[in-house]
Each structure stands twice: as C-alpha cells, then as structure tokens.
Design a protein around this ligand. Structure first.
Ligand SMILES: [Zn+2]
Length: 218
C-alpha cells in the first residue's frame, strides 16, 4: 500500500518514543493519534489559539462527562467549560484522564533517576513558543494509558491494551495548539517497558480505514 502513496495523500508525522512534538489544528479538522507498535501511552495537551490561557482540561472534562473515563462521542472540555474536541473514532476505548504527566520529580524522587526524559518537558518544549511557563502546561489526557480504578477507589497504572495500529480520532471544535508525548516511562509498566513511536495527523475529513493505512506509510 505504501508504494501507492501520492503527493496528495495525507501524511502522518512520527513522534519518536520518549520525545514530544507540537502541532496546530483548526476548528473542524481531525486529529488522529496512532499507537504504531502497541502498548504505548501518549500524553496529550492542548490550548486555544485564540486565548492561550484557555486550556484542555481533564478536570472540567470529568465534570462535563460525569465520568473518570473517556469514550467514543465524549467531548473533551476546556478550562472555560467549552467543548474543545470530540472523540469521533477510538479503536481502544481505554485511556487515562486522571494522572499527571510524568515529570522530573517522578523519576528523580520516585525512582532515583534524575535527568530521565519525561512527558512534562516533552510537552512544554513545543508549547513554549505560545508564551506559557512550564508550570502552565495543562494536565494531560493520557491516550492509550491503562489506569484502572478499583471499586474501592484505588488507582493503578499498568500496560496499555492497545495493539499496533490502534488509533484515536479527535475532531477539533476550536483552533488549537496541541502537543503529544509518547511517554518515556521505561522503569515500571505503563508502556510495556519498551518506549515506542507514535504518529499524529491533522486532516480535514475524519480518516477512513484507507486513509489510516496511508497515514502510517510515513
Ligand atoms: Zn510520561
């Protein structure tokens, strides 16, 4: 299939495992995020291009959806309570909206590994040009991350159930700047102990299966 790709075919952009990338999407466009090899969590944040202080907010989203989970058709809501994205396709159905991005303290304090790559800095680097401080990086949605919550309220993190090629499609409902970090966690389960690449694409139409095949011909 890949050798049939033409110059007008949609192209995805690979984000190396453990690193971060930023991109923009206009209202009405579709953001596709693909777990290329499986079992890879990707931390995702966004802010409004019209007002950089209006950010994608897991806490407002949980209130809006009255759920700690995320599913097909759900809206992802901003800090102003406005819908920022809608989940329009999802081949996995298990994502996390409850825990922060891994950051320098997570590795230095919890694991005794200072200087480890981390999602917070991965997300901050591409967003810095919008004039925000690292402390203003929004709380993430952790796509494909598997954080089961038991009936007594205890939270866990285990390996994602996503398999190679699984994907999520978000329809942007306002003009946004986004950042994606395939999580560099390689010390405890969370990414199958192997950090791998992810892919994103921004397209006008929701991708069809054929489009997704082309997207992965990177
Ligand atoms: Zn992380």
């Amino acid at each position: 299939m890949c050798n049939q790709q033409t110059s007008v075919s949609p192209k995805g952009t690979v984000v190396p495992g453990g690193f971060g990338r930023g991109f923009e999407a206009k209202a009405g466009q579709h953001v596709t995020i693909v777990d290329l090899e499986g079992q890879q969590a990707g931390d995702f944040v966004a802010l409004s291009l019209a007002d950089h202080e209006e950010i994608l907010s897991p806490v407002h989203t949980r209130r809006h959806n009255r759920s700690i989970y995320l599913g097909l058709g759900d809206y992802l809501v901003s800090s102003e309570g406005r819908p920022m994205f809608q989940v329009v396709k999802d081949t996995v159905g298990i994502h996390d909206a409850n825990v922060p991005a891994c950051d320098p303290t997570r590795y230095a304090v919890d694991f005794g590994v200072p200087g480890h790559r981390n999602c917070l800095e991965n997300l901050y680097e591409p967003l810095a040009k919008y004039g925000i401080d690292i402390l203003q990086v929004p709380e993430p949605f952790n796509f494909f991350q598997n954080g089961p919550v038991s009936p007594d309220g205890r939270m866990g993190v285990t390996d994602p159930v996503s398999r190679a090629g699984d994907y999520l499609v978000l329809k942007a409902l306002m003009d946004v700047a986004c950042a994606l970090s395939p999580c560099p966690q390689d010390i405890i389960p969370g990414n199958g102990l192997v950090v791998t690449d992810m892919l994103y694409a921004v397209t006008d139409e929701a991708p069809t299966d054929a489009t997704l095949e082309m997207l992965q011909c990177h």
